[in-house]
Ligand binder design. Structure first.
Ligand code: ZN
Ligand code: ZN
Length: 346
C-alpha cells in the first residue's frame, strides 16, 4: 500500500478537505500513475452532494485524470514508465459481456467499476483523481498523444469522450446540421469536436453571454434559448441535437427543432425526471436518445482525434485549495470552460 495525499468530501454536502488515502500495491497488470492534472466534472458535484443517490464517503472525486506512468506491473504490455497517460470514468468492467467484448465497457452488464464512489473487484472503495497517485489496470489507461498538453487533455477523459461518442454514433459530419444545448464543460467540447468532424454547428445557450467564445471555438451559429423567436426560427432544422445540460429541459420544445428522422441525444444527467408529450417524437419519426461516456477504445480514438486537430479543452487551472470555490462556480455556470486541478498543490 502507498499512502498518498488527496482532497476528499468527508460526508455528503460537506466541503472537500485535504486528507490521505491508501493506494493498492501495483499488481501484475497495474500501472502506477503520478497524477499531474484532474478536471472537475459537474458529476463530481452531483456525487459529492448525493444528488444521484446514496454515495460512499469519504469520497475523492475526479474522473478526468492525466499524468505520467511511474511504475508498471510485470504483466503490463500497453504502457511504460514515463508514458503520458489518462484515466476516465471507468477503472474496470466484467470484460466478458457482449458490451465489453464490443468495446462498450460503459454499458457493461456484468458490472463496471467507476473511478471513484464505487467498489472494485477487490472489494475496496475506489478513489478518484483529486490525489497525487492512482493505481489502475493497464486496460483502463489510455495514451495521451504527444501533441496534447496534459492539463488540457485531462477534461477530454470525460467531457471529451461524452460528446465525441454520440457525435460519432449519430454521424455528425459534412452536410449535417448539429446543435449543442448548453455551452459549458461538455458543450464547448461538443462544439469543438462537431466542428472538427465537419458539421455545421449551432449553439443553443440560455443567453448570448458566451457567443464570442462559441463562434471562436467552432460554432457557425449561436442562439439564445431564452428568446422564444429562436424556437420559431429553427423549427425543423437539425439532424442531430446534443443536450449537455444537467438541469431538466423542455425536451418537447427542442425535439421540434429536429428535421424528420433527426435525433436528440441527452448526455446531461439531471437529478429530476422529465415528462414528455410523445407526439413530439411521433411527428417526424424522431429519436430521443441518451449516451454515456464511451468505451476505452473509443476514448483513445477521441484523444488521437483531438491531438490530430490540435485542440484540448479550454481550462481554468486552479490549486487544490480552490476546489470548493470552483464547485460553487460550476453550479453558477461561471467557468470557462473546465476547472482543472494542478495536483502538485494537493
Ligand atoms: Zn464527468
Ligand atoms: Zn461487461
Amino acid at each position: 500500500m502507498t499512502t498518498v495525499a488527496a482532497y476528499a468530501a468527508p460526508a455528503a454536502k460537506a466541503p472537500l478537505e485535504r486528507t490521505t488515502i491508501e493506494r493498492r500495491p501495483v499488481g501484475e497488470f497495474d500501472v502506477l500513475i503520478d497524477i499531474k492534472f484532474a478536471g472537475i466534472c459537474h458529476s463530481d458535484i452531483h456525487q459529492a452532494r448525493e444528488g444521484w443517490g446514496e454515495a460512499i464517503f469519504p469520497m475523492v472525486p475526479g474522473h478526468e485524470i492525466a499524468g505520467v506512468v511511474s511504475e508498471v506491473g510485470p504483466g503490463v504490455t500497453r504502457h511504460q514508465v514515463g508514458d503520458r497517460v489518462g484515466v476516465g470514468c471507468l477503472v474496470d468492467s466484467c470484460r466478458e459481456c457482449d458490451n465489453c467484448k464490443a468495446g462498450l465497457e460503459q454499458y457493461c452488464t456484468g458490472g463496471n467499476v467507476g473511478t471513484y464512489n464505487a467498489v472494485g473487484k477487490d472489494g475496496e472503495v475506489t478513489y478518484g483523481g483529486y490525489s497525487e497517485k492512482v493505481v489502475v489496470d493497464e486496460n483502463f489507461v489510455v495514451r495521451v498523444p504527444d501533441g496534447l498538453s496534459l492539463d488540457v487533455a485531462a477534461p477530454l477523459l470525460c467531457a471529451g469522450i461524452t460528446t465525441y461518442s454520440p457525435l460519432k454514433h449519430w454521424n455528425a459530419g459534412p452536410g449535417k446540421k448539429v446543435a449543442v444545448i448548453g455551452f459549458g464543460g461538455l458543450g464547448h467540447m461538443a462544439v469543438k469536436i462537431a466542428h472538427a468532424l465537419g458539421a455545421e454547428v449551432t449553439v443553443l445557450s440560455q443567453s448570448l453571454r458566451k457567443q464570442d467564445d462559441g463562434l471562436k471555438l467552432g460554432a457557425d451559429h449561436y442562439y439564445a434559448t431564452s428568446d422564444p423567436k429562436t424556437f420559431e426560427e429553427l423549427r425543423g432544422t437539425f439532424d442531430l441535437i446534443i443536450s449537455t445540460v444537467s438541469a431538466p429541459l423542455d425536451f418537447g420544445a427542442f425535439l421540434a427543432l429536429l428535421r424528420a428522422d433527426g435525433a436528440l441525444v441527452n448526455v446531461g444527467a439531471p437529478e429530476e425526471p422529465i415528462s414528455l408529450n410523445l407526439f413530439s417524437v411521433i411527428a417526424g419519426r424522431k429519436t430521443l436518445a441518451g449516451s454515456s461516456i464511451g468505451g476505452i477504445r473509443e476514448t483513445q480514438e477521441m484523444l488521437d482525434f483531438c491531438a490530430e486537430h490540435g485542440f484540448g479543452a479550454e481550462i481554468e487551472l486552479i490549486s487544490a485549495s480552490e476546489i470548493n470555490e470552483a464547485y460553487e462556480r460550476v453550479l453558477n455556470s461561471d467557468v470557462r470552460y473546465r476547472f482543472v486541478i494542478d495536483t502538485a498543490t494537493i
